[in-house]
Design a protein around this ligand. Structure first.
Ligand code: AHR
Length: 507
């Protein structure tokens, strides 16, 4: 007997709003993410604006990309922003010690990043340098970007061709301070975060949302130390305003770090082990949120997962320091179950950034280094299919299922995942069937509002490792026909290893 599920959704009872920033992105000076990915230089044959690839911009605009984090990652803590302003030919170069030990010529710097955000219609999330920088350096950067009127940094910005200040809402105070960002203890970093944040001023109308560098995986002690830095245990009063957001990082890595597995060559055991790791993100969000609740019960400090995604061995023949990997139907399903978890925790999780947008780790876009061809990955399509969740009210989904539990090693994996939201007289239901072989029959019991129209879309492929290249597109979105709502019931047949969205027009 095939597995089945019933999912009850009260369309008229909206919960916490799903911030559009949960669909955020991350661009680091790493491998071919910036150079050859976003940025090809003004002399390139590839159509560009000021060196920025216009086809990449167009593809990302179709996702309503809400924010872009830059310049790292580990790179952020060895980046000195003043090296990346002024005439490009005069910018000093440096060695990117984290990522391939290659020379960084600083041709893509502050002005180029802000131009990219303007082209994308995305809000900038700039990650400052705590590990090897100074308080003055970070403070000056904020002044350079956001101050109006007259000041030393304003004069410098104007001399570099930009009169008006930019708006920069999101500011990261270091990255992975427990590791590549300085190998600090939690208490030491908490003190540094308070010190740095003090001098990251709000200039004019620009109000910074300061983001402290948080934990790895389930390091709840790190989160607790940072929360103690802004409020006392059990205190319902407002947290002190040193930082407004606190991060954690979690990558889906089923193997050991020394051999993470291949992006393209995997068996069923590898597939299910990956899914167990992917759905674990919900346990981690809930764990960090529970710690934060003890110090901030009113949820004033936002939890931010500013690095997530799959991390495989690099593609054979590519630079091990460039983290270039292919992207399959398996990666798409990792993304879809992450989003379900994000939606369910929209009360505390306010931002998430997939690592990384182009040519690195779980990318949306791959570009061919020789031909320059642009490829949309399966993961790209999950972001596109889900974009109506951005800024929508989450809808609770109560599920009763049969035959969707599978034992994987010592874990129990539920192979059905679902989430829903509503906005502007419409609702979007996202459904994932993780079962590699069997389809899933789902009855949606839609209550509280009448449904005037329905549209289904599906992302799947013949095989789990299906992927797209410049030559062949094996994973693309298709219509899911034959859907109709009768008496508030909607049956959705989800193929094996598939992601489905159902858009409802509410009467
Ligand atoms: O995304 C790649 C790297 O992973 C980032 O630079 C770092 O923050 C993390 O360890």
């Amino acid at each position: 007997m095939n597995a089945s599920a019933k999912a009850i959704i009260n369309l008229d009872v909206g919960g916490p709003v799903i911030s559009r920033h949960l669909y955020g992105h991350f661009a680091e000076h790493l491998g071919r993410c910036i150079y050859g990915g976003f940025y090809v230089g003004e002399d390139s044959d590839i159509p560009n604006a000021g060196g920025i690839r216009l086809d990449v911009v167009e593809a990302l605009r179709a996702l309503n990309i809400p924010n872009l984090r830059w310049p790292g990652g580990c790179f952020a803590d060895e980046y000195h922003w003043m090296d990346g302003i002024g005439p490009r030919s005069e910018r000093p170069s440096m060695v990117n010690t984290h990522w391939g030990n290659v020379e960084e010529n600083n041709h893509f710097g502050t002005h180029e990043f802000m131009a990219l955000c303007e082209l994308l219609g995305a809000e900038p999330y700039i990650n400052g340098n705590v590990g090897s920088g100074t308080v003055k350096e970070m403070s000056d950067w904020v002044e350079y970007l956001t101050r109006d009127g007259d000041s030393p940094m304003v004069r410098l910005r104007k001399a570099n061709g930009r009169d008006e200040p930019w708006q920069v809402p999101f500011w990261g105070i270091g990255n992975e301070a427990w590791g590549c960002g300085g190998n600090m203890s939690a208490q030491h970093y908490a003190d540094e975060a308070r010190r740095y944040a003090t001098y990251c001023r709000d200039h004019g109308g620009n109000k910074l949302y300061r983001i402290a560098a948080g934990a790895s995986d389930d390091d709840y002690a790190w989160t607790e130390t940072l929360m103690k830095a802004v409020n006392c245990l059990g205190c319902a009063k407002e947290p002190r305003g040193y930082f407004q957001g606190l991060t954690f990082h979690y990558y889906t890595v089923p193997g050991p770090w020394s051999d993470k597995g291949s992006a393209l060559e995997f068996d069923l055991d590898d597939y299910y082990a990956t899914m167990v790791k992917a759905v674990r993100v919900e346990e981690l969000i809930a764990g960090h949120a529970a710690v934060m609740d003890c110090y901030d019960p009113k949820k004033k400090v936002g939890l931010i997962l500013d690095e997530w995604g799959t991390w495989w061995n690099v593609e054979p023949g590519t630079n091990p320091g460039f983290l270039y990997q292919q992207n399959t139907m398996r990666d798409a399903l990792v993304a879809s179950v992450h989003f379900d978890a994000f939606h369910r925790h929209a009360d505390r999780l306010v931002m998430a950034n997939i690592a990384q947008t182009v040519n690195v780790l779980q990318a949306m876009i791959l570009t061919d280094p020789d031909s320059g061809a642009l490829v949309l990955t399966p993961t790209y399509h999950v972001f596109e299919m889900n974009k109506a969740h951005q800024d929508a009210a989450s809808l609770r989904v109560d599920v009763k299922s049969e035959g969707t539990t599978r034992t994987v090693g010592e874990s129990e994996l539920d192979t059905f995942s679902v989430s829903a939201s509503t906005k502007d007289g419409r609702a979007l239901v996202s459904l994932t069937n993780l079962d590699a072989d069997a389809p899933l029959e789902v009855d949606l019991d839609l209550r509280g509002r009448a449904v005037a129209g329905v549209r289904g879309r599906v992302l799947t492929a013949d095989v789990l490792n299906a992927h797209n290249t410049a030559e062949v597109t094996d994973v693309a979105v298709q219509d899911l026909d034959g859907l109709s709502v009768e008496g508030g019931m909607l049956r959705v047949n989800i193929p094996a290893h598939a992601f489905v969205t159902v858009e409802l027009e509410l009467a």
